[in-house]
Design a protein around this ligand. Structure first.
Ligand SMILES: NC(=O)C1=CN([C@@H]2O[C@H](COP(=O)(O)OP(=O)(O)OC[C@H]3O[C@@H](n4cnc5c(N)ncnc54)[C@H](OP(=O)(O)O)[C@@H]3O)[C@@H](O)[C@H]2O)C=CC1
Ligand SMILES: Nc1nc2c(c(=O)[nH]1)N=C([C@H](O)[C@@H](O)CO)CN2
Length: 242
């Protein structure tokens, strides 16, 4: 009898902010949670104490990605869902060279999700689950559809991430649904000034910051659907109409 664990939810980038809140939520409602993190911080200890199975993994280090994937395949018989949340919001004028910025953006938003989706296909489709009972969710971004003048590489990589949604939705149907959730503004950063916050919120028709609960509600909607797949679900407060 296999002693492998079953039906966990794998979330990447759980060390802070959205990923941390997502991991806490799914632990609180009773799921086993697997998480990746890059930097060690107090949130990691909080999640571990709550029972999360966490792995330190810098997606820019391929050997660490390879090791993580092998550990999950060895330890888990099946997965309920994979949420590709890990991300770096690098501006084009940061300290890195252009080639490094684009490589880092494509690595974290496309290369590693691609590798994980292929490697974990069997874990997502092991049992004879009925239609649509498994999910892959790519956390994308509104700017994937309109571009960005200051985060060109970031936006392009998120657009490529949405294309992963289309391909893997066709490849993994009907057991596994694959969707993107594309927010515009979920939560501010600590360094955001009041004027920035006002400007950012005013870019949408709703004029507010969405909050992580909006994203959790959308993840739950996708999990409960037997039919929605291959789609980008926009959480942008009507920004596309402003
Ligand atoms: N916040 C917002 O308003 C919006 C967010 N989004 C998307 O939502 C998701 C969550 O956003 P948010 O919580 O703000 O993101 P953050 O940038 O605050 O956190 C991203 C997480 O990903 C991890 N990460 C970054 N690079 C790597 C890497 N190379 N290897 C492994 N892990 C890495 C970070 O680790 P570390 O702790 O080491 O930094 C961090 O834990 C992201 O995909 C983001 O693009 C989209 C639109 C708006
Ligand atoms: N990985 C991240 N991606 C994004 C972040 C972030 O903090 N980390 N923040 C945003 C902004 O909220 C932007 O949507 C509005 O200014 C976008 N992506």
């Amino acid at each position: 009898m296999s002693d492998k664990r079953k039906d966990a939810i794998l979330i990447t980038g759980v060390g802070k902010r959205v990923g941390f809140v997502l991991a806490k939520h799914f632990l609180a409602v009773g799921y086993e949670v697997i998480g990746t993190y890059r930097s060690d911080r107090s949130q990691i200890k909080i999640l571990m104490s709550a029972g999360a199975d966490l792995y330190q993994c810098d997606f820019n280090q391929q050997n660490q990605v390879d090791a993580f994937i092998q550990k999950i395949i060895q330890r888990y018989q099946s997965l309920r869902m994979v949420i590709h949340n890990a991300s770096a919001w690098l501006p084009d004028d940061c300290e890195h060279s252009a080639v490094s910025v684009l490589n880092q953006m494509m690595t974290v938003h496309v290369n590693v999700p691609y590798q994980m989706n292929l490697a974990f296909e069997a874990l997502l489709t092991t049992s004879s689950e009925s239609v649509g009972q498994r999910d892959i969710i790519h956390i994308s971004d509104f700017v994937a559809t309109k571009g960005s003048t200051k985060h060109i590489a970031y936006a392009a990589s998120k657009a490529a991430m949405d294309n992963l949604t289309y391909s893997f939705a066709a490849k993994l149907a009907p057991t596994t649904k694959v969707n993107s959730i594309a927010p515009a503004l979920i939560m501010y950063n600590d360094e955001d000034t009041d004027s920035y916050k006002l400007k950012a919120a005013s870019k949408s028709l709703m004029g507010i910051v969405a909050g992580v609960d909006e994203l959790i509600n959308t993840v739950n909607y996708v999990m409960n659907s037997h039919y929605v797949t291959g789609r980008v679900l926009h959480l942008d407060g009507g920004r596309h109409l402003k």
